[in-house]
Design a protein around this ligand. Structure first.
Ligand SMILES: [Fe+2]
Length: 179
């Protein structure tokens, strides 16, 4: 139980919000590592465009992790930013594509963003009932992440607006379909 929190918020609510934020902090830490992994492993045509598109997103996502960690501290709890915390908090597995083409990585990354954004939206829904200030932070982050997902999808979209990997059930299946 936190000893202090933001004014006007009960410590019970603050602790509940911090618990949800901890899971999202680990998700953001995992996401920026995954993005760097793609930055290093992408090959083939469109290499430089995708390699360079990823780095500003790494910076953005690292910044979002910092924001959530500091929000947890503001609420009176202790953020956990270790590799073990990522492993303990996550309900998903490691990104599964190694050296591969830009299209394959983008197909898999689209699925990564599907999962991440859905979970951020779920957190918004739960936190919205407890703390509108934290909710506002998550809403702002989600809008930017959705915009980047559009950048990813735009590389994969046909002129009729279709995605070859749509309906893929995992990263490998999405990569195979998009490659
Ligand atoms: Fe680099």
């Amino acid at each position: 139980m936190s000893k202090f929190t933001a004014p006007g918020l009960s410590t019970e609510s603050a602790d509940e919000v911090a618990g949800i934020l901890q899971e999202r902090l680990s998700a953001l830490n995992d996401l920026h590592l995954t993005l760097k992994h793609i930055h290093w492993n992408v090959v083939g045509a469109n290499f430089i465009g995708v390699h360079e598109m990823i780095d500003p997103q790494v910076e953005l996502v690292r910044g979002y992790a910092d924001t959530l960690a500091e929000r947890i501290a503001t609420l009176g709890s202790s953020p956990n930013g270790t590799a073990k915390a990522i492993e303990a908090d996550r309900s998903w597995s490691d990104y599964s594509i190694g050296r591969d083409t830009a299209q394959a990585h983008l197909g898999a990354l689209d699925l990564v963003y599907d999962g991440f954004i859905t979970s951020h939206r779920n957190a918004i829904e739960k936190i919205g009932e407890l703390d509108p200030i934290t909710e506002d932070v998550l809403i702002g982050q989600t809008a930017e992440l959705e915009k980047f997902q559009w950048f990813v999808r735009a590389h994969l979209e046909s002129y009729t607006g279709e995605l070859k990997h749509s309906g893929a059930s995992g990263e490998k299946e999405a990569a195979d379909a998009a490659r």
